[in-house]
Design a protein around this ligand. Sequence first.
Ligand SMILES: [Zn+2]
Length: 427
Amino acid sequence: MLKDLYDYIQQTPIIDTHEHLSSEDEHVNNSPDVLQTLFEFYPTSDLYSAGASREAVLTAIDGKNPDVEARWNGIKDAWELIQYTGYGEGVRLLAKHIYNIESLTIDSIIGANQINETLYQPGERLRLLRDVANLDHVQIDNFVWQCSPDLSEPEFFLYDISWANFCRGELRIDELYDETGIIVTDLKTLRDAMEAIFAKHGSTAIAVKAQHAYNRTLKWETPEMRTVDSTLRNILRGDLPSQSNQLMLGNWCWEQGLQLAEEHNLPFKIHTGYLAGNELYTDPDRVRAVHFAELFHKYPNVKFVLMHTAYPWTGEIMTLAKHFQNVYIDMCWAWSINPHDMINFVRGAIHSVPLNKIFLFGGDTRWAPAVVAYAIQARQYFYKALEFEVQDGFLAESEAIKIASRFMQDNQRAVFDIEGTQSHMSI
Ligand SMILES: [Zn+2]
């Protein structure tokens, strides 16, 4: 054990660059029970792939259903099969560190009820993330444009402007009017509405975020303006666009978002690689980051944050961050997709990608107790990666500590205007 390195990683607050965190109101007033806290979000996908039925999985995470024993019985066999995956390890870490459960049984799950109630009291969301997970602050994508100060702790909970619907070529004309007062009638007024969103929320946003990879290819091509224009007019008339026309409109909207992100000095985060859930892709290739490399050339002043290590295209994403000055890699969620590959990823990145390119962590999840578990997991494997480097003689322990500092905090501070954003959070 390299004590200095280990202590440094445990004691240094991580800048968490990506969560889909519940609001304080949801946390307190729509809180999950023990089984839901343990399994909701990612673990359900592994349970399903292991053979549990969709119904059993959905029942298990239905915290309003009081028959905990039946819910547990529906996934018990699948749990045996997934307990060692990264998601499964997250469940075990959550059980152990939050609920004091060593082994999941119906008795231990029911026995954790009392602790569960304390977790969802007012203020606990902040305490779990700041004091237990030891996070510096969290950056949240809650799927909307608005980035109003979060009254539970404005400088701790920072928000992304969601650009996913635009990148999908999906226009919410009524919502745009409600948000900006602009009636979209053509491309010019659509652009005006986009500008108004940034004018309103750009100063309190920490970044722009898009996960359109779930709904379309990441392939970006220069849009043909006549088609974009006619597609918008057709949509405004109430017609459904063809898939290719919608994609082209999406590419145009994506590009407007990049221009506005540059103007407002906001990094642009993009989901790349593996898709959460089950049986989503028929064409796995579409989620590769290389498909929009043209945009890195075209917008050299935009900081592109490629999320999730584009898993499993990890070599490719390292190549992109090595090649382009404006490309960064966010390891959010990747530790729980495949923790052992991430040990190799960190080691490979240190020896191929400039040290300023990597952000260590985001749990990419909904409930604060799960973030605690994923932060423990990330620290554990990150330590392992650096320990191997030192033991194999590639780094001195003091050098490993400097790298830890970069990946956990310094790189994020250099790319995101954290202090500037926090200073705009006057309530
Ligand atoms: Zn996410």
